[in-house]
Design a protein around this ligand. Structure first.
Ligand code: S3P
Length: 174
C-alpha cells in the first residue's frame, strides 16, 4: 500500500529549481496526483505559456494561476508544481496554505541557467539567459518565496530521490 497524504504539497521556487522533476518523482513513489500548473493553463487556453504572455499579457496569465489555485482546494493527496511566479501573490499563498504544505526548492543561479538553457517556453527568461539576470530576478523574489515556505530545500547537486527523501522526512517532523 502506497502512502496517501491528507493534504497537498505545493512546490514553489524559481524557474528551473526542479519543481516538475520532484513532482513527477513524488507521484511515482507515492500514490499522489500531480498538477503541473503551467501545463493545465496551457491546455485550457490551447496555447503555449509564451503565446499566452504574448497574446494576452502577463496579468492575464497571473489571474489564471490564481483561479487554478482556488480550484485546487478541492483536492487532497496532490502534488502541485507551481509556476515560478505563483508565490508572488499573497492571495495565492493563502490558497496554497488552506490545505497544503508549501515547499520551496532553491538552486544557485548557475544551476538554474544550466537547467533552463535549452527551453524556449519561459517568456521571462527568453533573451535573458545569463547568470546575472537570473540572480537579480531571484533576489527580487527571495523574500516572498521564503515567507511563503513551510520548508526550504536546496537542490544543487542532489538527485530527485534525495530531495524527496529529505522532504518526506522533514514533513514527518512538522
Ligand atoms: C514563471 C515561471 C514559469 C511559468 C511562466 C512564469 C515565473 O513556470 O509559469 O513562464 O514567473 O517564474 P516554471 O517555474 O515552471 O518554469
Amino acid at each position: 500500500m502506497k502512502m496517501q497524504f491528507t493534504y497537498n504539497i505545493f512546490l514553489i521556487g524559481f524557474m528551473g529549481s526542479g519543481k516538475s522533476t520532484v513532482a513527477d518523482y513524488l507521484c511515482e513513489k507515492f500514490d499522489m496526483d500531480v498538477v503541473e500548473m503551467d501545463q493545465v493553463i496551457a491546455e485550457r487556453e490551447r496555447m503555449s505559456i509564451s503565446d499566452i504572455f504574448e497574446k494576452h499579457g502577463e496579468l492575464y496569465f497571473r489571474d489564471l494561476e490564481t483561479k487554478l489555485l482556488v480550484e485546487l482546494q478541492e483536492k487532497t493527496n496532490t502534488v502541485v508544481s507551481c509556476g515560478g511566479g505563483a508565490a508572488m501573490r499573497e492571495c495565492n499563498v493563502t490558497e496554497m496554505k488552506k490545505n497544503g504544505k508549501v515547499v520551496l526548492l532553491t538552486a544557485k543561479p548557475e544551476t538554474i541557467l544550466e537547467r533552463v538553457e535549452n527551453n524556449h517556453d519561459r517568456p521571462l527568461l527568453e533573451n535573458n539567459k545569463t547568470v546575472a539576470y537570473i540572480a537579480e530576478l531571484m533576489e527580487k523574489r527571495r523574500e516572498k518565496y521564503e515567507a511563503a515556505a513551510d520548508m526550504i530545500i536546496e537542490t544543487d547537486g542532489k538527485s530527485a530521490q534525495k530531495i524527496c527523501e529529505e522532504m518526506i522526512q522533514r514533513l514527518g517532523e512538522q
